[in-house]
Design a protein around this ligand. Structure first.
Ligand code: LLP
Length: 425
């Protein structure tokens, strides 16, 4: 840990590549993706849900190359903005395998989605239902629509990433979901095919998913009873937790699939409803575990009686999760072996604020020195995708490694990239 084998001299390898070679060739900070890890997680989910559909949630991490991996592994893609859609289209992702999400999609975004023929649009408000109906009429198309339902489930996770409790912005509460379905059914240019529920992210126990599944089935029943339509699809979102720390115990995709399938099947059979086709939208679970961020140590500052501050060449611009959610990570010296005693450390970035931490508490060898490389594990989800240019720091490059070979898949930003936005000469 972090994932990857160690060479005899103690250097970490990812996908068979020595991290020192990666740093030399591509610079640091550097996001490194183990392509085989990503692909095998796609396959694992696809196998577990072989009687349903798996859509990778691109918000976890998306670029053209990754969209191609997802496409080639036969998964669908969940996008939630025009930008994510543009990346998918550049990758020639089949539009019919794309689901378009978002609580405030613009008219331009909806128009583009309809023009290219995305497979599903998840509606999130009354305004959007009317807007979509109007656009579909204008364009002469009939999109498949899912209604996003908030099931009132309190997911056991950080407040910012829970999405189904009552007091938040997404979807339709149970009381209004039926009215939403009524409105979609009332617009002949829209084809209501199912309901959607996503309860939150980085969740380890199945209770919340189970309760949400039961509640959406109740709604399917209510919709059948009112409109006489039996909706063929049920999308239960993503949110499955991954291991950031050594003790974390993630759910197994097969276990998730068996559980959800069992609950939906039983609940439907009880009510005499045909069992809908299930969809899940894992993001973090697919891209997270196989990603590692490499940094170079710049300064090592021991604070007497407190701890040692280890500054690296990135920080909250390439991983804001620690500052934003109090997220915890594991990191280790990656470029050599050390038998020195461990020292209580805090790995911090180069940004101008003291909340700029990559790893809040960790033990690093006491002979750590400038020029050493450190690797942070499980940074493949919501790190590059949440990256920002705070302090005008350019975003790091992304490299994919596989079978002992490394390939640049997103180049490092340069100061010229930042200056390109300036309109003053
Ligand atoms: N489907 C929908 C509708 C979603 O909103 C999300 C995540 C997913 C699927 C994928 O969830 P996952 O399997 O990746 O947990 N920035 C936060 C996570 C925000 C998740 C937003 N929605 C973080 O860094 O933890």
């Amino acid at each position: 840990w972090p994932r990857g084998a160690r060479r005899e001299d103690g250097a970490l390898t990812v996908g068979g590549v020595d991290v020192r070679d990666l740093a030399t060739e591509f610079g640091t900070p550097l996001y490194v993706y183990d392509e085989e890890d990503f692909r095998s997680r796609c396959r694992e989910f696809a196998a577990a849900f072989s009687d349903g559909d798996v859509y990778y949630a691109g918000k976890a991490f998306l670029c053209v190359e990754v969209a191609r991996w997802v496409r080639d592994e036969g998964l669908g893609l969940d996008v939630c903005s025009g930008g994510e859609l543009a990346i998918a289209l550049r990758a020639e992702f089949p539009p019919e395998r794309i689901t378009f999400h978002g609580n405030n999609k613009s008219t331009a975004e909806l128009t583009r989605a309809l023009e290219v023929g995305v497979g599903h649009i998840v509606v999130d408000s009354y305004e959007e239902i009317a807007r979509l109906g109007h656009l579909a009429r204008e364009l002469g198309v009939r999109p498949k629509v899912l209604v996003r339902v908030t099931t009132g489930v309190e997911a056991h996770t950080h407040e910012f990433i829970a999405t189904a409790h009552d007091d938040q912005k997404f979807g339709f509460a149970r009381e209004t979901a039926q009215e939403a379905a009524r409105r979609v059914v009332g617009i002949k240019e829209l084809e209501l095919v199912g309901l959607h529920s996503h309860i939150g992210s980085q969740i380890f126990d199945t209770d919340g998913f189970e309760l949400a599944a039961r509640r959406v089935v109740e709604l399917l029943v209510a919709i059948r009873d009112e409109h006489g339509v039996e909706l063929p699809e049920l999308d239960l979102g993503g949110g499955y937790g991954i291991a950031y720390l050594e003790g974390d115990d993630p759910l197994d995709p097969k276990h998730i699939a068996d559980n959800l399938r069992g609950i939906v099947t039983r609940a439907c059979e009880e009510k005499g409803l045909p069992v809908p086709r299930l969809t899940v939208e894992p993001g973090r679970t697919i891209s997270g575990p196989g990603g590692v961020t490499l940094y170079e140590v710049g300064t090592v500052k021991p604070l007497e009686g407190l701890r040692t501050y280890v500054s690296v060449d990135g920080g909250m611009s390439d991983n804001i999760r620690t500052a934003l959610y109090g997220a915890e990570y594991t990191a280790a010296l990656a470029s050599r072996r050390s038998d020195a005693d461990p020292m209580l450390s805090r790995m911090v970035g180069k940004h101008c604020e003291s909340g700029d931490m990559v790893v809040r508490d960790l033990w690093l060898p006491s002979d750590l020195a400038p020029g050493d490389l450190v690797a942070v594990a499980a940074t493949g989800a919501y790190c590059r995708s949440l990256a920002n240019n705070y302090n005008h720091v350019p975003k790091p490059a992304v490299v994919a490694v596989r079978d002992g070979r490394a390939r640049l898949i997103l180049r490092r930003e340069t100061e010229d990239d930042l200056l390109r936005l300036e309109v003053s000469p």
